[in-house]
Ligand binder design. Structure first.
Ligand SMILES: [Zn+2]
Length: 303
């Protein structure tokens, strides 16, 4: 492990926790602890589109495919406030991303699988979620608890948030781009929550969708329903992040995942494709459906 700090100094306890996480996961990696997280990510990736805020909170670390190889960047502002056991688990989680990047089991090398921006966006959502599943489902084998003791409660919260974002994307007079960006960001966050929950489920965690009741059950049936089984089936066909996929399996998974994410977007009530007139993003869900969602959102988030 090589550690570089940028604009901050990291404590010995935090450093030991990061080291322990990487060792438990059997991964040697370059680590950067960054006082200015977003700028460091941009510098390493050349990307100017990365935002720390993914809608559901601020991330503590991100693994990037830097020119010198996969690098784990810790967000000093978060990491310095994170208890050592959580920081260790986070390091072990990011180690999984290092392995996936190292084997090119990521979306970045597969843009050729799609021909337009709409499919590319959905391919990315599918890849990110599958990567999280492959990592989270492996962590118990290294002695780590599932990501939460209560995946069902996290799912309830995530459903309410997704429902709220879907509704708010169409309220007011949004431009097509504003509506699209809001819905796709919410879909990306929610797919990752499902991936984390499914990872805990696979490893014996208590992700019991039958336990959902009231509005949470209505939200599950409306927004997820049978798409859950399809996701589980696809994700469970993959080896965990510590084991390589079979020849051709990863691109096949990406293509299948893209189809599932497209179906999921339709389920949310939106259609996204490239037409002769350009990119189209349109609401297809009925007024009745969106009114029911609005009523639930008003109960979930009373003013
Ligand atoms: Zn991750």
């Amino acid at each position: 492990m090589t550690v570089t700090t940028s604009g901050c100094s990291i404590g010995a306890d935090a450093l030991a926790a990061i080291k322990a996480g990487l060792e438990a996961a059997n991964v040697d990696a370059d680590v950067v602890v960054a006082g200015n997280f977003v700028a460091t990510i941009r510098q390493l990736t050349g990307s100017c589109t990365y935002h720390v805020d993914r809608g559901a909170g601020v991330v503590g670390a991100k693994t990037v495919n830097a020119p010198g190889g996969p690098t784990i960047v810790f967000n000093y502002d978060i990491a310095s406030q994170t208890p050592a056991p959580e920081l260790e688990r986070l390091a072990a989680h990011e180690a999984g991303h290092v392995l996936l990047y190292g084997r090119a089991e990521h979306v970045s090398d597969y843009q050729h699988l799609v021909t337009n921006e709409a499919d590319w966006h959905l391919l990315c959502v599918a890849s990110f979620a599958a990567e999280e599943f492959r990592i989270e489902s492996a962590l118990p084998a290294f002695g780590y608890q599932p990501w939460t003791a209560d995946p069902a409660q996290h799912t309830v919260d995530a459903l309410a948030e997704l429902n709220y974002q879907v509704i708010s994307s169409v309220l007011g007079e949004p431009t097509v781009e504003q509506m699209r960006d809001k819905v796709l960001a919410a879909q990306d966050v929610f797919s990752k929550v499902l991936a984390y929950s499914a990872g805990a489920h696979v490893s014996g965690g208590p992700m019991n969708v039958q336990s959902l009741a009231g509005d949470a059950a209505a939200e599950w049936n409306d927004l997820v329903g049978e798409s859950w089984e399809n996701r589980l089936k696809l994700w469970r066909s993959l080896p965990d992040a510590w084991h390589a996929t079979a020849e051709g399996q990863w691109p096949g998974t990406l293509v299948a995942g893209l189809a599932l994410e497209r179906q999921f977007l339709e389920r949310l009530g939106f259609h996204y494709e490239l037409t002769d007139e350009g990119l189209l993003f349109a609401r297809t869900g009925s007024d009745e459906l969106f009114n029911q969602r609005l009523e639930r959102a008003q109960r979930d988030f009373p003013e």
